[in-house]
Design a protein around this ligand. Structure first.
Ligand SMILES: Cc1cc2nc3c(=O)[nH]c(=O)nc-3n(C[C@H](O)[C@H](O)[C@H](O)COP(=O)(O)O)c2cc1C
Length: 387
C-alpha cells in the first residue's frame, strides 16, 4: 500500500476531509454564559483558515455537572444559534468541524458548576475543595443518554463530527481506572465492567446518529498514574471499541487531568502561572505542592508514538496520532506507520497558520517551545503567551 499524502483528501466515516490533519481540542475559555462567543468563532475560523482538515471545539459537556468550569459550553438547545455561527464560519474556510463531547466526572469543578461532581467512587477534589459524589446507576444511564442527545444537537448545529471524550480521567475514563473505580456493582471490578460506561456512551451516540456525522473517540492509552489504566487493558478496550463499530477513528491520548496533568503534555511545568489562576488560600497550596502535582516530563517530538504503535499493530480501525507533532517529517512518519490522521494542539496555538506554511515549505519548523504557558490561559481565553 502506498503511503498517503498527509495534505491529501481523506475519508473519515461519512466525511471527506481536505487533509489528514486535525486541530486537537484545546479548551478555549471563550464561552461566557456557556455559549459560543464571537471570540470562539474567530478562534476556530482562524485555525480553519490556517489549513487544518478539521478543527475541534473543545469540551462541550453533555450535562451541566460535567463541566470543568461554569462557563464551559454544555450541549443544550440554547447553545444552538451560537454554535451554528461557529460551524458556518469554519465551513466557509473549507475545513470540517468536530465537537468534543463528554462529561468531566471527577475533573468537573463542582464549586464553579454549583452541582456536585460525579465519579465511580466517592472522593475529594483538592482543586475545587469539594466532595465528589459516587454516580448512581441512574446517573450513568442519564449521562449515557446525554451523550446521544449532545451528538444529535451537534448535527443540528452543523458539526461534521463528534469526538467522544474517553480520556484524561474524565467520567468514562475514571470508570476504566482501577485506581479510581472501586465499585462492586456491574460497573466495577473486571475490565469488562469498568469499560461499560465508555462502550455505552459510544454505542448510544452511534445508535442516535447513525452515519450522519463522523464519530471519533479520544481514548487513553494509559493514565500515567501508578495503579491506573494502562496499555494491557487499554489495548483490549480499544479492540472492543473496534468490534462494536461505534467509532470511525480513535484519537490516542494519555494522562490524567485529575492525578497527573503534565503526563499528556511533556515539556515545562508552568507551576507559577498555574498557581496564579487560583484565589488564596489554594494559590499558596498550588505553589507549595505544585511541583509534585504538576510534574514535568521531558518533551520529544511524537512522544506518544511508541505506545500508539502497539494500537496500530492490534487494530484495523483508523487511528489519529497525537502528542508532540510539529513538523512535516513527523506527519510523514505517522502516515508511513499506518496512522490515518495526525492531531496537533500547541504548535497550532503558537502559529494557527503553521500548516499552510508547512504545506508551502515542508522544512518549516514550529516555533512552539513546549513551555506549556498556554495551559493556564484556558481560564481567560486560550492563547500562546509568545504569539
Ligand atoms: C491549552 C490547552 C487546552 C487543552 N484542552 C483540552 C481539552 O479541552 N480537551 C482535550 O481532550 N484535550 C485538551 N488539551 C490537550 C490537547 O488536545 C492535546 O492532546 C495535547 O496538547 C497534546 O498535543 P500537542 O503536543 O500537539 O499539544 C489541551 C491542551 C492545551 C495545550
Amino acid at each position: 500500500m502506498t503511503t498517503p499524502d498527509v495534505f491529501g483528501e481523506a475519508r473519515l466515516g461519512p466525511l471527506t476531509l481536505r487533509n489528514r490533519i486535525i486541530k486537537a481540542a484545546t479548551f478555549e475559555g471563550m464561552s461566557k454564559g456557556a455559549l459560543a462567543t464571537d471570540d470562539l468563532v474567530e478562534f476556530h475560523r482562524r485555525h480553519a483558515a490556517g489549513g487544518v482538515g478539521m478543527t475541534t471545539v473543545a469540551y462541550c459537556a453533555v450535562a451541566p455537572e460535567g463541566r470543568t468550569e461554569r462557563n464551559q459550553i454544555w450541549m443544550r438547545p440554547e447553545a444552538l444559534p451560537s454554535l451554528r455561527r461557529l460551524t458556518d464560519a469554519v465551513h466557509a474556510e473549507g475545513a470540517a468541524v468536530s465537537a468534543q463531547i463528554g462529561h468531566a466526572g471527577p475533573v468537573a469543578n463542582s464549586k464553579s458548576n454549583r452541582v456536585p461532581a460525579l465519579a465511580p467512587s466517592a472522593s475529594f477534589n483538592p482543586q475545587s475543595m469539594r466532595a465528589i459524589r459516587k454516580a448512581s446507576a441512574a446517573d450513568i444511564e442519564r449521562i449515557t443518554q446525554a451523550h446521544a442527545d449532545a451528538a444529535l444537537l451537534a448535527i443540528e448545529a452543523g458539526f461534521d463530527a463528534v469526538e467522544i471524550h474517553l480520556g484524561h480521567n474524565y467520567f468514562a475514563s475514571s470508570f476504566l481506572s482501577p485506581k479510581l473505580n472501586k465499585r462492586t456493582d456491574e460497573y466495577g471490578g473486571s475490565l469488562e465492567n469498568r469499560a461499560k460506561v465508555a462502550l455505552g456512551a459510544v454505542r448510544a451516540v452511534r445508535d442516535a446518529v447513525g452515519d450522519r456525522i463522523a464519530i471519533l473517540a479520544k481514548f487513553n492509552m494509559d493514565d500515567g498514574v501508578p495503579g491506573g489504566f494502562w496499555l494491557d487493558e487499554s489495548l483490549q478496550v480499544a479492540q472492543w471499541l473496534e468490534r462494536d463499530g461505534g467509532v470511525d477513528a480513535l484519537e490516542l491520548t494519555a494522562g490524567s487531568s485529575l492525578l497527573n496533568p503534565m503526563y499528556l503534555f511533556r515539556g515545562d511545568a508552568p507551576v507559577r502561572e498555574f498557581a496564579a489562576t487560583f484565589p488564596q488560600p489554594q494559590r499558596l497550596g498550588v505553589q507549595l505542592i505544585g511541583k509534585k502535582f504538576i510534574r514535568a516530563y521531558p518533551y520529544q517530538e511524537a512522544y506518544l508514538l511508541e505506545s500508539a504503535r502497539q494500537f496500530r499493530a492490534a487494530l484495523d480501525l483508523p487511528l489519529v496520532l497525537l502528542g508532540g507533532i510539529s513538523q512535516r517529517t513527523t506527519m510523514d512518519q505517522a502516515m508511513a506507520e499506518g496512522f490515518e490522521f495526525v492531531a496537533m494542539a500547541r504548535a497550532l496555538l503558537r502559529e494557527p497558520d503553521l500548516l499552510n506554511r508547512i504545506q508551502a515549505e515542508p522544512t518549516t519548523r514550529s516555533l512552539c517551545i513546549h513551555c506549556n504557558k498556554c495551559m493556564p490561559t484556558i481560564f481567560s481565553g486560550t492563547h500562546c503567551v509568545l504569539a
